[in-house]
Design a protein around this ligand. Structure first.
Ligand code: F6P
Length: 512
């Protein structure tokens, strides 16, 4: 495949000129166009997005669409969905989408991998039902990190109803024993199921926690490892060497941060049951179809991925705040951090040449309304403009009177305050306004809608990465620190500081 780098396209130069020529007063844009909300909002597969409070106009959109075309974004998308190895640095296919593809719906070379996907899915869902029916298992401890933790944690946190399953879920990721010890303190071996989730089954944190969990289990008198441990991994051999027989596999074409749809999603399947898990997959698949079939003008992940490029490269915003106004979505900021920053935090193109344009912004955030009482001061009046993303759910998942109205009013008010500001008061009480935000909504928080929302974000990140000309599917940037940590761990007891820089040697002396 031959792709033109975004900064070498005619559209890029036109966008630069367009940005310089514009006023970009969002308030004024609303005053002059009563239809602006409708023209810059769109719903697809139950995910609604209002991006009218961003500095863009019709010409911006047209130029961005041309940019996508000149960069070959749709071609790269089609290559991904055709099973071509678009993860070129690792020579791998990128096929997390296949995990949510209906059974027997593809022919050719993808028919067999799809059949394997469904074989594994059926086995995993049958096991999940068995665990759900097992009244003796009251606690499920999921041990994994990064993509083997964040997706399952997000979805279980959003959709699990403990009164229905009668089970508690615990997520342990950190190598800090404080986390595992606190979880184990409240458990009994006979009623605990450990899920060891690691694509590679070599990740240091997960392996250390898995060994400590097994030691604890044995010390507690636990014997039936087959019943109390399951592995979710593409490295079946390592799981067997660890002593786990119950293993659910997946494939090297599933990236860690895209793996919640695979066996890594077993805790989700236990929490939601077979029907719920299949609904989650169906919601994501519907978003896949939308992404693959719609022209750029009505393609929601395309439009938003291109807007992200506009905001990063032409409006110069190096950050985005994520504020889910639903406590069930409290792990969404962390999930999106990995999705976007691990995928697109790169500074070389697919061929390894340095980039002269910016890539992934810094993502961060907290659920609203809590964030309002922490960092929103800076968002409203600080010297750095932070484009905010508000995520709301229209229908409440509880029946406590008054809360939902207060919650949604707060979300809308924050976006309104960022836009309109406050000008009749000076000094400390002055709000500049004209600060951008995007509003995302779901009608209700269901397995389908959450599946569609997550797939929407996956594809949106794909689009900006494709424009930037980077490989969004490797993560070599996490390797150096891992290697150095292993080296330092070896030096810990020998006190060997040879060859270390002065600060590292000093910290080693101090901490050991
Ligand atoms: O931190 C890097 C990373 O490889 C992530 O991409 C991945 O999600 C995480 O580690 C966990 O990896 P594994 O599932 O192999 O334990």
């Amino acid at each position: 495949m031959n792709f033109v780098r975004c900064d070498q396209t005619p559209a890029w130069a036109l966008l630069e000129r367009h940005q310089k020529a514009g006023e970009w007063d969002i308030r004024a844009a609303f005053e002059s166009d009563p239809q602006r909300f409708d023209r810059f909002s769109q719903s697809a597969v139950g995910v609604g997005v209002d991006f009218s409070k961003n500095p863009l106009n019709d010409e911006t959109q047209t130029l961005l669409h041309t940019l996508a075309q000149q960069c070959g974004v749709a071609d790269l998308r089609d290559a991904m969905f055709a099973g071509e190895p678009i993860n070129t640095t690792e020579q791998r296919q990128v096929m997390h989408w296949l995990l949510r593809q209906p059974a027997a719906s593809l022919g050719g070379a993808l028919a067999q991998p799809l059949a394997l996907v469904h074989e594994t899915l059926d086995a995993m869902l049958a096991y999940a039902e068995q665990v759900r029916d097992d009244a003796q298992i009251s606690d499920v401890v999921h041990i994994g990190i990064g993509g083997s933790d964040l997706g399952p944690q997000l979805v279980v946190g959003a959709l699990h109803q403990p009164d229905i399953t009668g089970k508690r879920f615990h997520f342990v990721s950190n190598v800090d024993g404080h986390e595992l010890a606190a979880v184990l303190a409240g458990l009994q071996a006979k009623s605990t199921l450990f899920l060891i989730a690691s694509k590679t089954f070599t990740t240091a944190e997960t392996m250390m926690n898995a060994h400590s969990a097994r030691d604890w289990f044995v010390r507690q008198g636990g014997t039936d490892t087959a019943r109390h441990f399951a592995a979710l991994t593409s490295n079946r051999k390592a799981a067997a060497d660890f002593g786990i027989n119950q293993c659910f596999g997946f494939w090297d074409w599933v990236g860690g941060r895209y793996s919640l749809w695979s066996a890594i999603g077993l805790p989700i399947a236990i929490a939601l049951g077979e029907t719920g898990f299949r609904q989650l997959l169906a919601g994501a698949h519907a978003m896949d179809r939308h992404f693959c079939s719609q022209p750029v003008q009505t393609n929601l992940p395309m439009r938003m991925g291109l807007l992200d490029v506009w905001m990063r490269n032409f409006q110069g915003h190096a950050t985005r705040g994520i504020a889910p106004y639903h406590s069930g979505l409290r792990r969404l900021p962390a999930f999106l951090q990995q999705l976007e920053m691990e995928s697109n935090g790169k500074s070389v193109d697919r061929q390894g040449h340095s980039l002269s344009h910016a890539t992934a912004p810094v993502l961060w955030g907290e659920p609203g309304t809590n964030g309002q009482h922490a960092f929103f001061q800076m968002v409203h009046q600080g010297t750095t403009v932070v484009p905010m993303e508000f995520i709301v759910v229209r229908k409440a998942t509880h029946d406590l009177s008054g809360h939902q109205r207060a919650l949604l009013a707060n979300a809308v008010a924050q976006a309104q305050a960022l836009l309109v500001g406050q000008h009749d008061v000076g000094g400390h009480r002055h709000f500049s306004g004209n600060r951008p935000s995007t509003f995302v909504w779901l009608d209700a928080l269901t397995p389908e809608s959450l599946g569609a929302l997550i797939a929407f974000y996956e594809h949106r990140v794909f689009v900006s990465g494709a424009v930037w000309g980077i490989n969004s599917f490797d993560q070599f940037g996490v390797e150096l620190g891992k290697t150095l940590a292993l080296d330092l761990a070896k030096r810990w007891d020998s006190n060997d500081a040879q060859g270390l820089d002065g600060s590292t040697a000093g910290l080693l002396r101090l901490l050991k």
